[in-house]
Design a protein around this ligand. Structure first.
Ligand code: FPP
Length: 250
């Protein structure tokens, strides 16, 4: 049987920062009459290959949505499986990420996570701090609205303490209080699994991001699919509010 056609690496610019909603694990498992947990385990393997391909292609930053504020509403058993999977993935992968020069950080509401998991997250962040090959952020117990709310609370606290004038609150001040502060905004947003929505992911940060959707379920997302997203991105004209004519003359 001939090998499936593989998308060649695109010639155009590679996005510096890619943000991904990894959707479709459950359906992938159900299509195979497997428990949903098997889909999440397969999804974890795709996380690894996606990180590897990002490093190969020179992507500078990758943000993965692993568990949303709303995912707490899933059946307790599935939440437990996912938390266990995060723990195991950390134990298994951190040494490899460290060796590859990947800096790993987490965003999200840690107060809702088990202390044992938080301890592993903190240790992984410390171990990989300062690496420059890839800035990998995993969003766990994260929601864009949660992030904006906690930022507003910080600003209100500063106003109450007398260290900030309300009139001084601008986009930089608010952006600086988000858990994503200091990172470049995503250039490319990818959602697998066929849905066309952002599901409370990086609401502030995606303002000028290019969106790319695929019906491919996350466990089936491979290099070729990733290259398809890069190829499409390479043809986008990013105007950031300007006209095409302005871009042509700049
Ligand atoms: C969405 O698929 C996926 C999740 C809620 C979990 C994402 C987790 C992983 C990819 C596993 C491990 C991650 C790390 C960072 C090690 P879904 O369950 O909503 O799928 P469905 O829409 O088909 O039901």
């Amino acid at each position: 049987m001939p090998a499936p056609a593989t998308e060649q690496p695109s010639a155009g610019p590679v996005p510096r920062h890619v943000a991904v909603i990894m959707d479709g694990n459950g359906r992938w498992a159900e299509q195979r009459s497997l428990p949903r947990a098997a889909g999440h385990r397969a999804g974890a393997r795709t996380v690894r290959t996606t990180i590897e391909h990002s490093v190969r292609r020179g992507v500078a930053a990758l943000t993965l949505f692993a568990f949303s504020s709303e995912n707490w509403q899933r059946p307790a058993e599935e939440v437990g499986v996912l938390m266990q999977l995060f723990l195991e993935a950390l134990d298994r992968e951190v040494a490899e990420l460290d060796a590859k020069g990947v800096q790993l950080r987490f965003i999200g509401d840690r107060t809702r996570l088990a202390p044992a998991l938080v301890a592993r997250m903190v240790a992984a962040e410390a171990r990989t701090a300062g690496h420059r090959q890839l800035d990998l952020v995993v969003a766990v117990a994260y929601g864009g609205r949660w992030d904006l709310t906690q930022a507003a609370r910080q600003l209100a606290g500063k106003v109450e303490a007398g260290t900030l004038e309300p009139g001084m609150i601008d986009e930089a001040a608010l952006g600086g209080c988000l858990t994503t502060a200091g990172r470049t905004e995503p250039d490319l947003f990818i959602r697998t699994g066929g849905e066309r929505r952002i599901s409370n992911f990086l609401l502030w940060d995606l303002a000028y991001t290019e969106f790319w959707f695929t019906d491919t379920l996350w466990p089936d997302f491979d290099e070729s699919t990733y290259e398809g997203a890069f190829a499409d991105f390479a043809h986008r004209q990013r105007r950031f509010g300007r006209t095409a004519a302005q871009l042509g003359s700049s």
